[in-house]
Design a protein around this ligand. Sequence first.
Ligand code: GLN
Length: 538
Amino acid sequence: MNPKYIFITGGVVSSLGKGIVAASLAKLLQSRGLRVTIQKFDPYINIDPGTLNPYEHGECYVTEDGAETDLDLGHYERFLGVPTSKANNVTTGKIYNTVITKEREGAYLGKTVQIVPHITDEIKRRMLLLGNSGQYDVILTEIGGTVGDMESQPFIEAVRQLQWELAEEDCMSIHLTLVPYLSAAAELKTKPTQHSVQMLQQSGVQPDVIICRTEHPLSPELKRKVAQFCNVKPGHVIQSMDAWSIYQVPLNLHEEHLDELVVRKLCIDNFNQPDLKQWRGFLDRLANPKREVDIALVGKYVSLQDAYKSILEAFVHAGAADSCHVRVHSILSEDITEENASSLLSGMDGILVAPGFGERGLEGKVHAIHYARENGVPFFGICLGMQMCVVEFARNVLGYADAASTETNPRTSHPVIDLMEDQKSTTIKGGTMRLGAYECELLPGSLAHKIYGSKVIHERHRHRYEFNADYAGEFKAAGLVASGHNPQTGLTEIVELPAHPFFIGVQFHPEYRSTPENPHPLFKAFVEAASKCRAERV
Ligand code: GLN
């Protein structure tokens, strides 16, 4: 079978959840036994989102092979349970970078380099790349942005050309739109969808399927109307109602026969029903918790939910595994002072201090950690959260009042967190952090070792600073133990306090690897510790 390509565009408004719809369809196809991957093409000019503030586009997701990517790749991995790679996220910046570099090398000697065909050829080459690898039966391509945006035009043109070049049964196009409900008229309105599809048609792309996001069910008449005016077959208009959980969306789309329609259109000789037993089991536990816990998420980007997407999802997975409803309370780290820490945090069964960069809110994180350490509240620090638990310990236990990370205080007399050796000569900001998965060896008998149940683990990184090993002896003597090391470089990856009920800081990002079907052991252990803390507290 040739690789099959599904292109997904969005119209009317942004934030319709194209990523979730793509991931849900991919899940359905995967559960029918097909090998599926999803890629995202983003129209912005940054090479990758690594240099973006999370308030711009939400969290920056990191792949095994060290690509800094759009957060939708996190959804793809969580739904499919299969790692993505550098090839799964392409931006306009990457496309132009390749074409301009080739131009300088003389690859187009004598020719005028243009959007069509040079930019569109490079987009098409990348759209087909994963399919050509032979690893996948179906490749879903999500086009970021909204149809009609000036910057997404070359991507839509590339889709048009591919639909013309590929065999009829090897590709299809899905358009996701919004059908708004006007409460004053008590009516669902299809006009924005019609206009959006017209815009797509003007670019030469005829969608095969239209998926309508809606708050109310679409009647058969309304679906028929959309189909007729948008020139798709009856039955090819699918509703996607607001769901109680993003993980419910694959089941909703299956009820609308989306996967069946797709395998028929792509002539995939596979009419197995999706096997979603494990997925349904997860949803069932998620919907019927037996316990609850309150967790503080202390960070500096808390007003945008998407900024900590993978962490929030990892709590959903870990909670469901334990039939526990995890209520996450986002607390702005800047708001926490030494005086108010106890009133802000006293109702919490666990405290997670989030990753981050720069000075804003840093002292608040230290106060939150101080509170957790002294009051026996389960603590989990991730990346900057781990670095700050080292700083807190140095200040309040070792008595080094000005201990700090040199990221924010280069003149400190106790640089307990310091720039990694190979970062010292780095001046370029994009793509130069310590990125991607590295091996880590766990200290036998440590909390980390118990949690993972294995001696060697692999976790993903995204940082420039590290635990300063010059202080390891002093920390250990005072009770803060380094319990995970990179065997190649000796870098400390985990610290923990054996005398505390649950206190662990990790230099890596465990949240990127958590999925509903494979919740992360650290998040599970943290939720269990929080449950225990609650039982003792209440
Ligand atoms: N700013 C810190 C560093 O670069 C931590 C990064 C993070 O939390 N991802 O080392």
